[in-house]
Design a protein around this ligand. Structure first.
Ligand SMILES: Cc1cc2nc3c(=O)[nH]c(=O)nc-3n(C[C@H](O)[C@H](O)[C@H](O)COP(=O)(O)O)c2cc1C
Length: 214
């Protein structure tokens, strides 16, 4: 249970990109909250063109670590989340989401025809490369949701782009699942004594420079 006096801003100040984790496991209730926040994250037109692989196996993490420039968080983490976008975004995905919506909202597929054509326009009008970049942006929103949820749960996390996506895809068999890794989120607990970053002041652009009011 989170202390009600622990605000979102407190959590955002508490969190930092943890460089060294102590290997302690994230309790299942906290993990559930973080994963649900990721799953419930918003995406453009609601398509969720990404999936999240949850890596806990120590041997797999050992294999991944060299492909992430040896970063310690890969093996020090409790759970390593790999955000991966769909390689092929096409009419099948549109149909899947339409079916799911019809089922969840107990409405007919025909009644969703307007939404369906909007989805088709969004998806089918884009080139493969545009779709990849679009999907990646959606995955990053989910990454952000996960980071905020982790901070509120007092779980440390490290967002990571420093890895070789092709090697990760190969080691994790992502290609066979029609997926391509884009970003990681290591979850765990800080090894405060051995992580120099744990005591460093947060550096952010001052409000007056950051926000432009009109
Ligand atoms: C998308 C993204 C990718 C990042 N990749 C890495 C990474 O590979 N390794 C790492 O140690 N930190 C990584 N970081 C952490 C940033 O360096 C860090 O968030 C930034 O310096 C601000 O510091 P703070 O998060 O500790 O406040 C990444 C952050 C983001 C948002």
């Amino acid at each position: 249970m989170i202390d009600s006096k622990y605000s979102l801003v407190d959590a955002m100040n508490w969190r930092y990109a943890t460089k060294k984790m102590n290997g302690q496991s994230v309790p299942s209730d906290k993990l559930r909250t973080i994963l649900e926040s990721i799953r419930l994250s918003a995406s453009s037109v609601g398509l969720q063109p990404y999936r999240v692989m949850v890596v806990t196996d120590a041997e797999t993490k050992m294999r991944l670590q060299p492909a992430a420039f040896g970063q310690q968080q890969i093996i020090g983490s409790s759970h390593l989340l790999v955000f991966a976008v769909h390689e092929n975004i096409d009419i099948d995905q549109v149909n899947n989401i339409i079916d799911l919506m019809a089922q969840k909202r107990q409405v007919s597929i025909e009644s969703l025809s307007g939404y369906k054509s909007m989805l088709e326009k969004t998806v089918l009008s884009r080139s493969e490369s545009d779709l990849y970049h679009w999907a990646t942006k959606q995955a990053y929103i989910a990454l952000g949701s996960g980071m905020v949820a982790a901070a509120l749960e007092h779980v440390d996390s490290t967002p990571m782009e420093g890895f070789d996506a092709r090697s990760f895809d190969e080691i994790l068999g992502l290609h066979q699942l029609g997926l391509r890794s884009v970003v990681l989120l290591a979850l765990g607990f800080r090894d405060a004594k051995n992580d120099l970053n744990s005591t460093k002041a947060k550096v952010r652009i001052p409000k007056d420079d950051f926000f432009i009011w009109r």
